[in-house]
Design a protein around this ligand. Sequence first.
Ligand SMILES: Cc1cc2nc3c(=O)[nH]c(=O)nc-3n(C[C@H](O)[C@H](O)[C@H](O)COP(=O)(O)OP(=O)(O)OC[C@H]3O[C@@H](n4cnc5c(N)ncnc54)[C@H](O)[C@@H]3O)c2cc1C
Length: 193
Amino acid sequence: MAENPWQPLLQTFEKLSSCLQTHLSNFMGIKSSTPPPSSSSTIQNPIISLDSPPLITTNNSNLQKLPLKDKYVGPVTKEDLGRATWTFLHTLAAQYPEKPTRQQKKDVKELMGILSRMYPCRECADHFKEILRSNPTQAGSQEEFSQWLCHVHNTVNRSLGKLVFPCERVDARWGKLECEQKSCDLHGTSMDF
Ligand SMILES: Cc1cc2nc3c(=O)[nH]c(=O)nc-3n(C[C@H](O)[C@H](O)[C@H](O)COP(=O)(O)OP(=O)(O)OC[C@H]3O[C@@H](n4cnc5c(N)ncnc54)[C@H](O)[C@@H]3O)c2cc1C
């Protein structure tokens, strides 16, 4: 019997489907337990299967440990959130210009104000609001801002019974971002505002 004229097209589709599935699986962190499909004409790994378990569920008890690539992730704790936020803030301070523009000073003050209202841990936000009241944001220069931030972070540390960080070492702990050709630097102004 003559060769099916659709055969080359079917084979191309099959290869495309397999390639797409591999990429989707990698992206979603699923390891495929099935070997890559052969060049037979049946599609072995459908992109979406009705038999697959749901990847995300709204039931909290099922959220304990979801595989994501080789790591396991769980719900974000107050501590995780705190560490990530301090990393963001201290990195911002390390990158802050020596001579910030009027707008940059205004932005930093606003950011602190917004944090004290919107930080996604109610007790932390309220606590930070109180700290800001007695320690208004100081961001006239890179050094002033990073020292001020170190001081307010220490205020939080003390209230939690943690060790106080030596602020003279803040630049050693939170250096500038390593970016080629200073492409991450925030630009300030050479004029005094
Ligand atoms: C604005 C804000 C308010 C918070 N309020 C509360 C609260 O009211 N109650 C609560 O339970 N948690 C609060 N947290 C979380 C808390 O501060 C910690 O982030 C969390 O307890 C995890 O602590 P950690 O010991 O891992 O280190 P973190 O305090 O998260 O610090 C991360 C790293 O920063 C460095 N570091 C520590 N101190 C300083 C400093 N002074 N200057 C520069 N670098 C430093 C250290 O290397 C440390 O490992 C708050 C977080 C933020 C961002």
